[in-house]
Ligand binder design. Structure first.
Ligand code: SF4
Length: 269
């Protein structure tokens, strides 16, 4: 296919088709504002911590040791972050110092680790340590997938392996919906379809959206309806890449525009 569509574009399109025009065609948002950069760092820190649940569990022998293990992993996350995400740190806007952002972000993370402590403690007490470790251990993290046939590519946050089943997981650190946001459904279904291509004749029956703020994993069945919606949305995105320009606030939801990081540019074009 002539145009590359990313699985995350499907999510962006579901939020607002015009974000695709602004980000992919006009290439706005490459240089983040201070507010947007802070949000990206916060999201990446939370996601990095979510990659480390199995490390937290593997060094404890009983629930009482969990708090200390979580604090240790949080320290390690903060220490390693600038080395792992060097490119992201280097993209900071001129008026933003990563180190100056940290105290406020760490305070937010401490709240999250208190909830993580409760959740892991519950898992260990209910299922036992061995089973809890199995539950949170990923087969792959940041797993790149691409299919020429589908014309979609992406990077899956985590892939779990349970016996012979593979389960893609997308980590979301923002607002938690009642169920699963439509855009998140499209994105993880695209990952399921991409993994099926990648792993050759494996059926991915469901994927997971992990909402870190609620520490909940919500499954999404790989239904025919969602598979069709992935392909239709891909084609709509290609339409924008080939010249169609969605109108401002085409969805009619002003609340989305108020929350949108493209708002200033979008309304002034
Ligand atoms: S400001 Fe509104 S119309 Fe513009 S991209 Fe954002 S959500 Fe879409």
């Amino acid at each position: 296919m002539k145009h590359k569509v990313y699985a995350s574009d499907l999510n962006g399109y579901a939020f607002c088709p015009r974000t695709i025009y602004l980000s992919r065609v006009l290439k706005l948002g490459k240089k983040p504002t201070k507010e947007r950069y802070r949000g990206i760092i916060e999201h990446t820190l939370r996601k990095e911590l979510s990659f480390r649940y199995s490390r937290i569990l593997k060094r404890v022998s009983e629930p009482l040791e969990l708090r200390e293990s979580i604090d240790r992993e949080l320290d390690s996350t903060l220490q390693g972050f600038p080395f792992i995400y060097r490119e992201l740190i280097n993209q900071s806007p001129e008026d933003v110092d990563y180190n100056a952002l940290l105290p406020e972000l760490v305070a937010g993370l401490h709240e999250e680790t208190a909830a993580l402590h409760r959740k892991l403690e519950f898992m260990v007490k209910e299922a036992g340590l061995k089973k809890a470790i199995e539950e949170v251990t990923s087969w792959r993290i940041d797993y790149m997938v691409e299919s020429k046939g589908l014309g979609i590519s992406g990077k899956i946050d985590k892939v779990l392996q349970r016996n012979n089943e593979y389960i893609p997981v997308e980590v979301k650190t923002g607002r938690v919906p009642f169920s699963v946001w439509w855009g998140d459904r499209l994105q993880v279904t695209a990952y399921s379809m991409l993994l099926e291509e990648e792993l050759d004749s494996v059926d991915i029956l469901f994927s997971i959206v992990e909402y870190t703020a609620a520490l909940e994993r919500r499954p999404v069945k790989t239904t025919e309806r969602l598979r069709r919606a992935v392909l239709e949305t891909r084609d709509d995105i290609i339409g924008i890449l080939e010249g169609f320009v969605p109108e401002v606030c085409c969805h009619g939801n002003k609340n989305k525009c108020r929350a949108c990081s493209f708002r200033t540019e979008c309304y002034s074009i």
